[in-house]
Design a protein around this ligand. Sequence first.
Ligand SMILES: [Zn+2]
Length: 250
Amino acid sequence: RLQPVPELVATLADETRALQDVGPGILLGVGVGMPGPVDGEEGVYRGTSDPDPWRGAPIRRLLAEELGMPVLLDHDSRAALVGEAWSQPGLLRNAALLLVEDGLGAALCLDDQIVRGAHSHAGEIGHTVVRMDGIPCPCGRRGCAQREHRAALERGEDELAARILAEVVVNLVRLVDVDRVVLGGRTVHEQHEASMDAIREALTAGLSDEPWVHVEVMLSTRGTDLIAVGAACEVLEHEYGLPQVLVGPE
Ligand SMILES: [Zn+2]
């Protein structure tokens, strides 16, 4: 199903060259957001043990060589969170973004820092277990959140799917104490209301003993473009730094 790496790089390069027509010297670089596991530091797609033609591919180096310009590669959910932080300067100092596409990923900003982790894998929340002895997951465990969520959707059990997302979010909030959760990705974008309601409900129930803890649940401001916009923002951030607040005239 996936095209071989040389074709993938050629496709990305062609798309980028089409953008360069906007004018000379306009592009600072190219940002690529990929589903994980991705090593953003090394610029390598790590992949999974499934037959995966991209496993171990140094996408960043290959694309940079092809285009002759800087390339930044990152995990899709982390790119999306950077994009949101650019859209809402100063708001997402302690925030999680939950990306719901084919899989389920999270990105974290804690104390104003985007979290990467020891192997650049922070946020693989799709592979945290929500049901003991549940459905086998390609990662080797059973009952992983993304496997159970996908299965619920395939069975038409949308309410259960929304509850799985909600429990994942509450676990995340309990673990890292964020005050904003951004929900995004094409699987939830069209019908986000049910998921947002389930998340808010689960948060209220899960935090009822701590009335001083407030967590705002928001929908991505970038629609289904959140990964592409975010990857582009990462290039800008690399060049200019993350915007803190918008300052108006005195
Ligand atoms: Zn798994």
